[in-house]
Design a protein around this ligand. Sequence first.
Ligand code: SF4
Ligand code: SF4
Length: 359
Amino acid sequence: MSAQDLRRQGLSYRLTQENRAAARGLVERNRDFACLTLLLTYRCPAVCDHCIFESSPKATATLDPGTAERVIAAISRQSPPPGLSFSGGEPFLQLDTMKRLAAFALERGMPSEAVTSAAWVADAGRTRATLAELGERGLRTLCVSYDRFHAPYVKAEKIRTAVTQALELGIRVVVNTMADPDDVRERREMLAEALALPLAVVDSCFVNVLPTSPVGRARTHVDRYYYPDHPPTGGCQFAGRIVAVSPYGFVYPCCGSVLGAPPERAGLMIQDDLTGRSVDEIAAILEDLKNDLFFNLLSVLGPYGILQELRKREPALQTRPYTNQCDACLEFTDNPLARGAAEKLLVEMSEALAATEAA
Ligand code: SF4
Ligand code: SF4
């Protein structure tokens, strides 16, 4: 029986009021949400080899704007409300929706960021006008990407225009760049050279160097990964702190690699389908997410820590080298043995917690 089957039956792994005292170590943490990520669409002009969503111009899945608005309304009840991130695919393909949602969120105290390929960027004037309109609606950060995967699809000139116009408007810029086993240049210097930007401009951005995980299109299109010397131990700082909503309306507890797994395999991760739900229903689902035992375990033990516990119970369960924590988490979507062992552990823990409280 899958986690979703159990959830549908109401036999969830959630920490209830009754067993909460028994799990004090898990629940007595700051469990406010830090960020809501809305994946507005899986469509994208680019077809990057490493894309976890296998986005392309042919992808059609698009988030229902009404659902997105209700999620914002529900999560903004938190005090203070979390930030809002627009991502995809390419969220600028849904520019009117993004403007509307950004304004709606700003009215509720939620500033926003947008994660983009910059493929939509035209000349400096039009780019500035678009960013200025979003800035008036609360856009505070623009995240662009540049590396060997994006380079074939997005001209450096477009990224340069987006970066310079955003900075001139006072919008913070983050440059995401995937680590490259074949290019050992220092990443800031590589970006300055490739984007023809002064190093001082790159230094005024936040440069985020990311590992590639074998998920989505990377499974078939990427054959070289960085593997650190040590396994990715420690709790996941994102589990249960970031809420992501996919274009299908599915809600996830983070915006990590598991979002790229086929939904039918991601039962341990997908908390619910928000499509057609009311604001009150969504608020209740989000509150439940905070009490989900699996996400709490991910937060405290991390995926690698959970896998080590599972291996004690299931010796046939093998681990492998992982590029990062999210790669280890993919065991819970891709490896039936790990999924099954995790579901069994969660049921047992849930029952044990309830029994402890009842005694
Ligand atoms: S730009 Fe981003 S969303 Fe688009 S294909 Fe590349 S990685 Fe995927
Ligand atoms: S480690 Fe798992 S829970 Fe944490 S961000 Fe990555 S995929 Fe999400």
